[in-house]
Design a protein around this ligand. Structure first.
Ligand code: ATP
Ligand code: MG
Ligand code: MG
Ligand code: MG
Length: 573
């Protein structure tokens, strides 16, 4: 590729609505362009990365005996009614009508359509197992699209669906997909963790999420460094025993309120020591309802794995600027920000007693405000004597013993980039998708489904790999692997020839190379490629050439080094 014939459009500043670094850098590097809320044009530079993600996913899906097809974007409502999801999906499902008034869904996922394909195609157990997949556009009318490609409304997903004759077969197909996902995320060059996404009640989890590890991730992951226990927060909390936690104490927090003794009374009442401290953040939110705006004050309890400053600078800052229309919407956000959000009346009276950090998380904060005494937790603002208070102690925190008895738990944050799921016969039963077993009897197909957020991968990769100059792509995902930066190509025949030779050699060696022949000044040229995040840069200048050298700098290197002309290709590979 020659830069003069490609489309490069970089910005010095990110638009103000870009809240997190990946969104900012993708906008600045000209990878995406916003068309509407959660809807983006994938610009040429961004599309190259998307295609690399897709190619790796496709190769590994094919290797794992996945069979590619392509199912329609627009799907008849009747299919969605068969499974009951036409109603269940609520506002997230985008619905359309054709000219005859017939209803359709714009697919958010494709279980219904694939089950429809399979119920008419599969007759006998001899045709099984099967695993169909496609890489296709999705639409989900997310309540709060944000963070660029991370939570878009229109996005690309790889979704696969396995069909087996029995539960053991389904579990085997699931394991094949689990292993394929592990290979895929390793090939991306990203740090990731697979976590159980349900409580594993029947021994072994029927669902796992794959998360790219990043401090800005929306999800809290609970894992044990001394064993292979790993679960998302919801799954971990579902199995956390309430009573032992209460017995272990350290679950009540005192805040500096006008009535701090009340906290002590509550502690005594519940038999809990007042030993834990917590960071809280009071925020004021404009609530818009019925055309009226009222200001409400909320208190955010920070989960133990987050630093106050980080939250202030990032998500909560964004939250404070966000205009909510219902209180439910704020509570919805509670699932997205790392903490609890509780109304504390009309006056923010809560302050932080102590500022111990990371290892602590509050299950409760006792606070007082002008409306009287409140505590927070899952049951906001109720009386402290509620038995629910004890039930709420089922919070998993860093340092808890683990469920497998092999060590203490640690918490880190992740971005959900993949999800594998054992569905069993839920869809095949509601849609009557059966096959004839060895005895000639009809039986429902055993199904699994497996998603990867193709476009979300870009955001997740950047959240994990950037510096103050821009993106640092892992080589496997980079839009180009190598950029050649000639110094004065138009003035120096020597530079021109060396550049053309190197360009040809790199292509012949299978390197994805771009030569920057735009005639820009070195500073501007280097800044562009550092922002775009190309892993290898070679500068070709007359002075170096006279000594038989080129100047090489890896994207993570702090300075350039001289590399002999003859060795440069091997050096880059
Ligand atoms: P989330 O919890 O982030 O809303 P999900 O659990 O609803 O995701 P799944 O139904 O499991 O998503 O879909 C499979 C994958 O699709 C997810 O693991 C994620 O990588 C991706 N994905 C889901 N929603 C979006 C979105 N709005 N924008 C981009 N990618 C998404
Ligand atoms: Mg979702
Ligand atoms: Mg999810
Ligand atoms: Mg999911």
């Amino acid at each position: 590729m020659r830069a003069s014939r490609f489309f490069i459009s970089t910005l010095k500043e990110a638009p103000s609505d870009a809240e997190i670094v990946s969104h900012q850098l993708m906008m600045r590097a000209g990878m995406i362009k916003r068309l509407g809320s959660g809807i983006y044009t994938y610009m040429p530079m961004g599309l190259r990365v998307i295609r690399k993600v897709e190619a790796i996913v496709r190769e590994e899906m094919n290797r794992a005996a996945g069979i590619e097809l392509l199912m329609p974007l627009v799907q008849p409502a009747e299919l969605w009614q068969e499974t009951g999801r036409w109603d269940k999906m609520g506002a997230e499902l985008l619905r359309l009508k054709d000219r005859h008034g017939r209803e359709f869904a714009f697919q958010p996922t494709s279980e219904e359509v694939i089950t429809d394909v399979v119920r008419s195609e599969i007759k006998s157990y001899r045709q099984l197992p099967l695993n169909f997949y496609h890489i296709q556009t999705k639409f989900r009318d997310e309540r709060r699209p944000r963070f660029g490609l991370m939570r878009g409304r229109e996005f690309t997903m790889k979704d696969a669906y396995s069909f087996d004759r029995d539960a053991a077969g389904m579990q085997a197909s699931y394991q094949v997909m689990f292993d394929a996902y592990t290979r895929i995320f390793n090939r991306f060059g990203l740090q990731f963790r697979a976590v159980a996404a349900d409580n594993g009640a029947i021994g072994g989890s029927g669902s796992h999420e794959f998360h790219v590890i990043a401090s800005t991730g929306e999800d809290a992951l609970v894992y044990c460094p001394d064993s292979d226990y790993a679960a998302n927060m919801e799954a971990a909390e579902a199995v956390a025993p309430a009573a032992p936690r209460a017995a272990a104490g350290a679950a009540l927090v005192k805040t500096a309120t006008p009535d701090a003794t009340k906290c002590e009374q509550v502690a005594a009442q519940l038999g809990l020591p007042l030993s834990r401290t917590v960071k809280t953040l009071a925020l004021t939110v404009d609530l818009e309802a019925d055309g009226k705006t009222t200001q409400q004050h909320f208190m955010l309890l920070l989960r133990g794995d987050h630093e106050l400053n980080e939250i202030k600078a990032g998500k909560v800052a964004g939250l404070a600027n966000h205009r909510f229309s219902t209180e439910a919407e704020i509570l919805d956000v509670y699932g997205c920000v790392p903490g609890y959000l509780g109304p504390i009346g009309t006056k923010a009276a809560v302050t932080v007693v102590a500022d111990r950090s990371v290892a602590n998380m509050a299950d409760f904060v006792c606070g007082a405000n002008d409306a009287g005494f409140h505590y927070t937790g899952a049951n906001w603002g109720r009386d402290v004597a509620e038995p629910a208070l004890v039930a709420d102690l089922r919070n998993v925190v860093e340092g808890d013993a683990s469920p497998d008895g092999k060590g203490v738990l640690a918490i880190e944050r992740g971005i959900e980039v993949g999800h594998v799921f054992q569905l069993g016969t839920a869809y095949s039963e509601s849609m009557k998708a059966t096959f004839l077993d060895e005895n000639g009897k009809p039986a429902p197909l055993q199904m699994g489904c497996y998603g990867i957020g193709i476009t979300r991968i870009l955001g997740a990769a950047i959240e994990q790999n950037f510096d103050d100059k821009g993106i640092i792509w892992p080589t496997a995902l980079a839009p180009f692997e190598l950029v050649l930066c000639p110094m004065g190509m138009d003035r120096s025949e020597m530079v021109k020839q060396a550049t053309e030779q190197l360009y040809a050699d790199a292509q012949a060696a299978g390197i994805d190379v771009i030569v920057d022949d735009r005639g820009q000044r070195p500073g501007a040229m280097f800044a562009d490629w550092e922002l775009i995040g190309v892993p290898h840069r070679v500068v070709i200048g007359e002075r170096g050439l006279k000594e038989g050298n080129l100047e090489y700098q890896g994207r993570r290197d702090t300075e350039a080094s001289a590399v002999p002309l003859a060795e440069i290709i091997a050096f880059v590979q």
